[in-house]
Design a protein around this ligand. Structure first.
Ligand code: DLL
Length: 440
């Protein structure tokens, strides 16, 4: 189902005209209202008049996470605080959170784009919807909540965590649609399996999974174990939260970016030069309709590519690939490129391991050392009765993980097994995937 047929299927020429018009407006708006960005434009020698066409976006200077840090908490807002209705924040694992804000109009746009995600993923008005993204400062819970209400779903605001209660709700409330992170979907799938609940015994049909990187192999596992179609949702607080892009059920091949609200580019992470469709690089977004905190050419740090081919679902919006890595996670270890997604791909085939892992790089004198810490699957951990290094099963698992990582990366990796839930998480429940100790 297409939630907003009028906009989601706009013929490209019309869409691009609309984008150009909105781009002109937002650039002038930001220039007039956001002092740090006005100064940056002046330094770059660009004025709002220089932006006429959609392509002119490339003349504008970038914004980065650093701008949020430098102007923490409210310095990038384009409206007085009394026009802000809501504040969210994404907690990094270090330092101050990134603060974002919404006017009434922004909340309205946000609900609209989240409703589009739900519809694209298979939800229909009247369906029961279990929202297991965290409620609170994290954008996932309240963002999807508003989208679901907009659509007329029966919302179960479960929030994140508490697997026992999630399972009770899944069994008794009969949700057809579930939203959570992909790693949590696997946790739920495994907990259900452990209780002998088969996929067919639940009403569940669709999963809207995102907020962290995942792979096709994980999709397959989740779909099989939960008996659902699992769709990828992408978003980030600085742009709006969830609802920047979502896959369609028809193709499940790349997430449609809601281009009437968000202008997307891919740039070379080193030079900042725009890259043509199909090339992998850093995603950069310009918000076209936001009031409280518009961003211009915001560098996400997420590495992906764009596919402009028409889609069989009828949406005319460009599709972004899965996020294959982060520019700040792109590791070069002993001269070899390492992405967390590769580590994930190597570990996913070992059912005794969970998808919760952390990569630690350090340097012993001159040689880089790569360590992968990975949590053992809760059931297997229980069966082992702990992680005794003398236990042959533990040794065997370590060996298999080592071999699998060596096969994918071509590097010797030290594998450390950790107890379920023991690796440190941030407030949004996310693991810091990469810890690089070489610089410190
Ligand atoms: O994670 C918003 C969100 C909530 C998206 C619920 C989807 C569902 P932040 O906490 O600001 O916002 O984190 C944003 O998470 O820059 C990506 O690195 C990563 N991310 C989000 N979605 C995906 C995805 C929310 N589908 C950061 N695949 C982004 C890979 C994702 N990475």
């Amino acid at each position: 189902m297409i939630w907003n047929r009028e906009f989601e299927t706009l013929p490209r020429p019309e869409l691009e005209r609309l984008q150009a018009e909105r781009l002109r407006r937002v650039v002038r708006y930001v220039y007039e209202r956001v002092q740090p960005y006005r100064e940056r434009m002046r330094e770059a020698g660009v004025s709002p008049e220089d932006v006429r066409h959609r392509e002119d976006v490339a003349k504008l200077p970038f914004m980065t996470k650093r701008d949020f840090r430098d102007h923490y908490p409210y310095g990038l807002f384009a409206v007085p605080l009394d026009r802000v209705l809501r504040i969210h924040a994404s907690s990094g694992t270090t330092g101050k959170p990134t603060v974002v804000s919404y006017t009434r109009h922004d909340l309205d746009v946000w609900a609209e784009v989240c409703a589009r995600c739900l519809a694209a993923s298979g939800a229909r008005p009247g369906d029961v919807f279990q929202n297991a993204y965290g409620y609170g400062l994290f954008t996932g819970g309240l963002g999807m909540h508003a989208g679901a209400e907009r659509m007329g779903l029966v919302v179960v605001p479960a929030s994140g965590g508490n697997t026992e209660r999630q399972i009770l709700l899944l069994q008794d409330f009969g949700p057809k649609v579930l939203a959570c992170t992909p790693s949590y979907a696997l946790t739920l799938a495994e907990a259900l399996e452990a209780r002998g609940v088969r996929p067919g015994q639940l009403a569940l049909r669709y999963g809207i999974l995102g907020a962290e990187p995942w792979t096709e192999a994980m999709r397959q596992q989740i779909e099989e174990k939960l008996g659902i179609a699992a769709l990828n949702i992408y978003g980030l607080s600085e742009v709006i939260g969830p609802g920047v892009a979502n896959e369609c059920l028809e193709a499940k091949d790349g997430a449609h970016v809601f281009e009437d609200h968000f202008l997307v580019e891919v740039v070379d992470p080193y030079t900042g030069e725009p890259l043509p469709p199909g090339r992998q690089g850093e995603l950069v977004f310009t918000t076209l309709t936001k009031e409280a905190l518009p961003v211009i050419r915001y560098r996400t740090g997420d590495v992906a590519s764009l596919n402009p081919e028409p889609c069989r679902c009828g949406r005319t919006f460009v599709r972004m690939s899965r996020v294959v890595g982060r520019t700040d996670d792109m590791l070069i270890v002993r001269g070899v490129n390492v992405y967390p997604s590769q580590v994930e791909a190597a570990l996913v085939g070992l059912p005794q391991l969970s998808p919760h892992y952390q990569i630690v790089v350090s340097r012993e004198r001159t040689l880089d050392e790569l360590e992968v810490r990975v949590e053992v699957d809760p059931l297997y951990h229980h069966a082992l009765g702990g992680l005794d290094p003398a236990d042959e099963r533990v040794q065997g698992l370590l060996r298999r993980a080592y071999e699998s990582l060596y096969g994918v990366l071509g590097l010797h990796v030290r594998v450390t097994l950790a107890a379920p839930g023991s690796l440190p998480r941030s407030e949004g429940g996310k693991l810091r995937r990469v810890v690089d100790l070489r610089a410190s």
